[in-house]
Design a protein around this ligand. Structure first.
Ligand code: ADP
Length: 357
């Protein structure tokens, strides 16, 4: 196991800068997730750590060793890709043992490791099968097993769950978390899926256009996003963004006024007439929930009148997609239980202004 440190890493492809200013240190044994939209540079960072790409500038350390010029196979990292890449002619046991065979590890130790790895991934009963006799989820577990068996210093995972169907993805995600807990290997995981990032990570690195937007633990990033990109990327459904104009201690949202509560006003320092983007998460908007209103002090809720566009029952909760009358601005609301609303209904929303960004 080892810590991983990136210092001002940059990678250019011809004239295109894929990543720059990439600096962070992952302490030994932690699980970090690199997340961001497609093309933001996640894989380039991971491949640079693996030694499959070379940094144009900057320093990369694994443990205490500067590894910029160390070839991939000498870095003692194991990488798992989304397409498994198993050897089709070998059994599960042979696939798991492959890296150890190449290193001429003692046969007895190989046997032992294969059995242990198979046990921790629930693959014991499949050891004699060939990959094509396995489900996608089982194949991915074998790919993980092959990586674990080598007992690498660092584990690199590039979208390892994206080829699995929804249920299997959830199960395998939970297994991965358990496995990390068990093994404690420093892990760097790349995904575009914010749910995976939120659920798996000790720390999340949010990337956009090749640059780090924010680094933090999931709860902190969710509660205190550094900018609008982070705010709207993490959270499902995403944070609502309402264009508004600041006027006399209120925000004018397309002609509707949200008065700023006294406790929030202290932190608002804006010139009159300033255009702003207000952010509010769907779970901080209420409808028809009088008990919620009582929980809030005078002036902490603001009213917005909207038209119902779509109602989506999600079981325990209902997602209501609404729009501000006479504008294209959409407001998503997530409420508990069932609601009797129809397309085109006019609705009064109560916004919890303590949770306004
Ligand atoms: P992500 O993994 O977040 O989808 P990538 O790291 O794959 O993003 O890519 C980041 C940027 O670098 C993209 O604009 C991509 O087109 C570019 N890029 C990646 N690899 C190469 C390459 N081998 N040659 C040219 N451009 C590349």
């Amino acid at each position: 196991m080892a810590k991983v440190r990136l210092e001002d890493i940059k990678r250019r492809f011809n004239n295109v800068t894929a990543i720059e200013d990439i600096t962070f240190e992952i302490p030994d044994g932690e699980f970090w997730v690199l997340v961001g939209p497609s093309g933001c540079g996640k894989s380039t960072i991971l491949r640079t750590i693996a030694g499959l790409e070379t940094a144009t500038s900057g320093k990369l350390f694994i443990g205490e060793q500067l590894v910029n010029n160390v070839p991939a196979r000498q870095r003692d990292v194991a990488m798992v890709f989304q397409n498994y890449a198993l050897y089709p002619h070998m059994t599960v046991a042979q696939n798991i043992a492959f890296g150890l065979q190449m290193r001429k590890v003692d046969q007895r130790i190989i046997q032992e490791r294969v059995v242990n790895v198979a046990r921790s991934l629930s693959l014991e009963h499949l050891l004699d099968r060939k990959p094509k006799q396995l489900s996608g989820g089982q194949q991915q577990r074998v790919a993980l097993g092959r990586a674990i068996a080598r007992e690498p210093q660092v584990f690199l995972l590039d979208e390892p769950l994206s080829n699995l169907d929804a249920q299997l993805r959830d199960d395998t995600r939970a297994e991965l978390k358990q496995l990390h807990h068990q093994l404690g290997i420093t892990t760097i995981y790349v995904t575009h899926d914010q749910v995976e990032a939120m659920t798996l990570a000790d720390k999340i690195v949010v990337l956009n256009r090749g640059r780090i937007q924010q680094i933090g633990d999931p709860q902190t990033i969710y509660a205190h996003p550094a900018n609008e990109m982070v705010a709207t990327f993490l959270g499902s459904p995403p944070m609502n963004i309402l264009p508004a104009i600041y006027k006399n201690n209120a925000f004018d949202v397309n002609g509707q006024l949200l008065a700023i509560p006294a406790n929030v006003a202290k932190s608002v320092h804006l010139p009159q007439g300033q255009n702003v983007d207000l952010g509010i998460r769907p779970e901080n908007i209420y409808i028809n929930e009088p008990h919620r209103y009582r929980e809030h002090g005078e002036g902490e809720l603001g009213e917005l009148v909207v038209d119902v566009k779509v109602v989506e029952p999600l079981g325990r909760e209902t997602l209501i997609r609404t729009g501000l009358p006479g504008s294209s601005v959409l407001v998503n609301v997530q409420v508990g239980g069932d609601v009797r609303l129809r397309l085109g209904d006019r609705l009064s929303l109560q916004l919890d202004l303590n949770h306004l960004f």
